[in-house]
Write a protein that binds this ligand. Sequence first.
Ligand code: ACO
Length: 379
Amino acid sequence: MATQLIFDKGLANTVAAETSLSFIDGEKGVLEYVGIEIDALARQSTFEETTFLLWNRRLPSQDELSSFERDLRKEYELPSGMIDMVRKIPRSAPPMHALRTLISALSFFDLEADVNTPAANARKAMRLVARTPGLIAAFDRHRKGKPIILADARFGIAEDFLRMLNGTEPTVAMARAFDVCLILHADHGLNASTFAARVTISTLSDMYSAMTSAVGTLKGPLHGGANEGVMHMLEEIGTMDRVDGWVQERIGQKDKIMGFGHRIYKSYDPRATYLKTFSQKIASDTGNTRLYEMSRRIEEIMHEAVAAKGIYPNVDFYSATTYASLGLDIDLFTCLFAMSRMSGWTGHCIEQLEGNRLIRPHAEYKGPHGVKYLPISQR
Ligand code: ACO
């Protein structure tokens, strides 16, 4: 009997995997990792503990967490060949292009790269999460002509990343703010980049190839690249008095405003709720409220114009101003997203392999049939 095929553009109504990593209720604005509300994790957890949760699908005991953190820190160090590779990348390269290449290159230095056993994949997941921050920081310093700073196992991931990037230890508040951003971005159902990772690993390729697919997919402005788009928009608008005119004009032209709308959320993205509060606090702590106030006004205008269509701020809208308040360069924003999502992507690959079936949908053929092949001399 012929299989009944359903055409579902953008796969918006297709369930393509089973997962127990994260749950999203787009109507109610709920996000849970392994059943725990994102808000509770953002308030009380750390990126390391959240990564343990996603990989093991339960919270660790204190001993388990300490040993997990030790294991992660042991993997911080980049193979020296990777540092050479960072130095060979043109300084003008956009950071997401550099990161995509560097994640792929990590496989050259991993003897287990092609071993797809659960234990080997768990070790590779650990290496990927532990080394991505060092790669991003090393490339950023290389492109700015500054000496590369190596990882230091005395520090947690968020703190050590800011230290490697800036050359100075961050304040406790800054490190915690960044840690929370990492928690909020760590996983999000079968989003486009996670789907790309699962498709790649479903062919029994390898974890590094899957992460390379994921980084390349995250880069797009309709996905992770939107956070950079938000900051470019705020820079283009420039001042508060220009917000209304700029946004109304774009709405009139039916342009998409970066940082708004989501395939799944038709109410407020719970990550945006948290980041909005965060962005406000950092703005008032630092006295630099311009970007936050502009964002608030954009949100008000958008609310009146498109909330009826279910368009609300997404995670990228207030993460952009939060990162900017932390002094992070705009063109690193999507890399920071990748650094966090690495824990979700690797967790999904492990989950995909637990009950793997090759992911291979159909395409509806729209072209002609029976066309005669004309030799080139007759065309
Ligand atoms: N600004 C203004 N209007 C919007 C926006 C927006 N950002 N997003 C959607 N709309 C409108 C569309 O014009 C459309 O209106 P219409 O029905 O009158 O034609 C309606 O809302 C539905 O939009 P779609 O594009 O069909 O929604 P879809 O689910 O395909 O797209 C997407 C979701 C890609 C996220 C979209 O909202 C968008 O492009 N947003 C801007 C980019 C962005 O912020 N991406 C980050 C997403 S979160 C993440 O990936 C981490």
